[in-house]
Structures are given as C-alpha cells and as structure tokens.
Design a protein around this ligand. Structure first.
Ligand code: SF4
Length: 333
C-alpha cells in the first residue's frame, strides 16, 4: 500500500517497483522535490535497489599510470593542460601491479581495476603489452578476482585482446550530458569516441562500466540526460563520482553540488536504471562526509574502496565495518 499522503510525483514513480519505466518528464518533476519529500524519494530508491539488485558490488582501483595526459578534462588533476600537483609516473612495474591485486584479493575485494591516464593505446604499444602481461599473471595467481580496466579509448584490436582475457568490466565514462560534453568536460576529444568504445565493448561481450561526475557545473536536467543516455546504451555498471575540486584544475573553485542535489541525483539514477549496478566512486568520503551512508540507501549498490586516482579514500577494513552496518537495511541479509 502506498501512503496516500506521498507527494504525487513520488506516488507515480512507485510504478518502477512494478517493472515500469519513469518518463523524462516525471524525472524532471522528481528533481524539483525539496525538504522531507527528498527522504520519501530516498526511501523509494532504496526499495527499488532492494527489489532489483543483488549483493553490494565493491571494487578497488589502481592508478597504474599517472598524469601527463594529453586531454583537458576540466575536473582532472592528471591533465598536462592543468597545473595540479600530483605524483606523475609512467606504468608501474608488473610486480607492483600484481602486489596491489594480491592485497585486494586478500582483503576480500572481488574486483580489481587497472586504470591508466591518457586517451588509449595502440595494440603494439609497450605499455599496453605490459598491462596485458600483468593481467595474465593476476588471472593465474588470483583466479577468483575479477579484473577490470580503464585504459582510454579502444580499437577493434585492443578490445579483442581484453576480451581474450575475459575482463570483467571496462570503464569509460560519459561524464555528463553527452550534448554538453565539450562545454563541461573536455575540448580535446569528442564524446562520440567514448560511445564508439562502449559499442566495441558490447560487440566483444565485455561488461561496460560507464558513469559520470556530479558537480562540474551541470544542471539537474543534464544529470537526467546522462541517466537516460546510460539506459539507452544499456551499460552494466554506472559509477557516479562527485567532484572533489583540486587546486590547479579549472574547477578548483567550483562549489560543486549540494548534498540534497547529489542525493536526488542518485535516487533518479536508480529509478531510471533500476536493475543496473550503481557505484558511488570519488567524493564519497571527502564531499558526502557524514552523509555518505545516505547515498548507499539512495539506490547505490556498490562503491569504490581503498582510495581513488588522485585523491585519498577510506581503507578497505574501515569500509568492511561500513558495509556490515549497511547490510541491516537490506531485506536480503
Ligand atoms: S579524465 Fe582521463 S582523459 Fe581526461 S584528462 Fe584525466 S586522465 Fe586524461
């Protein structure tokens, strides 16, 4: 029974629990909710997560090649166009990558992602070949650990090499409303190149991990456009980052998004993509602070643990305690 006093837009959105889709118009109306209605929206998103999603998806990533990137993504500390002070290095040696994978496996993490800065590699590139070798070693030593990668745009050949290795998910983010990509994110490449890589991944049956970032100057409408674009592309995993402004980047003084806006955004992503894995990535600890648990009850069913590419996060054992507490809110535990 739905509470008759519920806001009428939320009332309408309960159709998601019956397997129906919400329209863009309804999503836009839900995005306007304020005050206690937001918590009713949170409650619905949590019900949808509980009904359509299985256990939490927790992964960790390794920044295997940092900085010196030719692209100018406004939020990113790794761009050579910006002045951010970060650790820059070319590819970590294979032993270091395998050691990090071992640490993840021994700490109960099921997915380990290898991430490199830059636009991507040709098949014959030495860095790409070294990454493939590291993947082969990890797969041999830790057969139960899912291996994911985020190495920029792919070609038919490089996608084929990853498919041969049975990569669990490949990450390539759309970041924001595709129609405003060049305005909000980067001018050195086009969002259609990213979409081409997503299609290639699907042709090669590699799981697609594609999400975006909240707080780069986009509107609620832009966030809704991203959520519907991801639905249309039928991606498997949706990582959502919240901007952590970094000194030396064009967004260093950005005020980002409010906790209420971020909360509504997570809820809308869950209602628009009810069965997908939605992961809370960067910004969970630094931006959400006391409210980070709230987002895990706002439809997210996974998160990154152990830190991010250029910002720190919480360690894996602290997140285990966090997860145990969250489990009390699920009907499946
Ligand atoms: S997000 Fe990726 S492509 Fe864009 S500047 Fe950063 S490392 Fe380069």
């Amino acid at each position: 029974m739905i509470d008759a006093k519920l806001n009428p837009f939320i009332h309408q959105a309960y159709c998601v629990l019956d397997g129906e889709s919400i329209s863009r118009e309804l999503a836009t109306d839900l995005a306007q909710l304020e005050g206690p209605d937001i918590l009713d929206l949170v409650s619905l998103a949590n019900k949808v997560r509980d009904k359509f999603c299985d256990e939490e998806h927790i992964c960790t990533i390794l920044n295997a090649k940092s900085g010196q990137c030719s692209e100018n993504c406004k939020f990113c500390a790794q761009s050579s166009h910006h002045e951010a002070e970060i650790d820059e290095y070319s590819l970590l040696d294979s032993k270091e990558i395998v050691d990090k994978a071992r640490f993840a496996a021994e700490n109960g993490v099921r997915s380990f992602g290898i991430v490199t800065s830059g636009l991507g590699f040709p098949k014959a590139n030495d860095v790409f070949k070294s990454i493939l070798e590291a993947i082969d070693t990890i797969k041999k030593e830790f057969p139960d650990l899912g291996i994911c990668a985020s190495l920029g745009m792919l070609s038919e050949e490089t996608a084929g090499e990853l498919a041969k290795r049975n990569i669990k998910h490949y990450n390539i983010n759309l970041q924001t409303n595709p129609e405003r990509y060049n305005e909000l994110i980067a001018t050195t490449h086009d969002v259609n190149d990213r979409i081409k890589t997503i299609k290639l991944l699907q042709q090669h049956s590699i799981g697609v991990c594609t999400g975006g970032i909240i707080g780069v100057g986009e509107t609620m409408e832009d966030r809704i456009s991203l959520a519907f674009s991801l639905k249309e592309l039928n991606v498997d995993v949706i990582p959502l980052n919240v901007l952590v402004p970094i000194d030396g980047t064009p967004l260093e003084n950005s005020s980002g998004a409010t906790i209420a806006e971020i909360t509504k955004t997570f809820a809308l992503f869950r209602l628009i993509n009810p069965t997908k894995v939605i992961k809370f990535a960067a910004g969970r600890e630094t931006i959400m602070k006391d409210f980070q648990g709230l987002l895990m009850l706002t439809g997210a069913n996974g998160y990154l643990t152990g830190g991010y590419l250029t910002t720190r996060g919480r360690n894996i054992s602290d997140d285990e305690v966090f997860q145990n507490q969250l489990n009390h809110f699920s009907s499946k535990k």
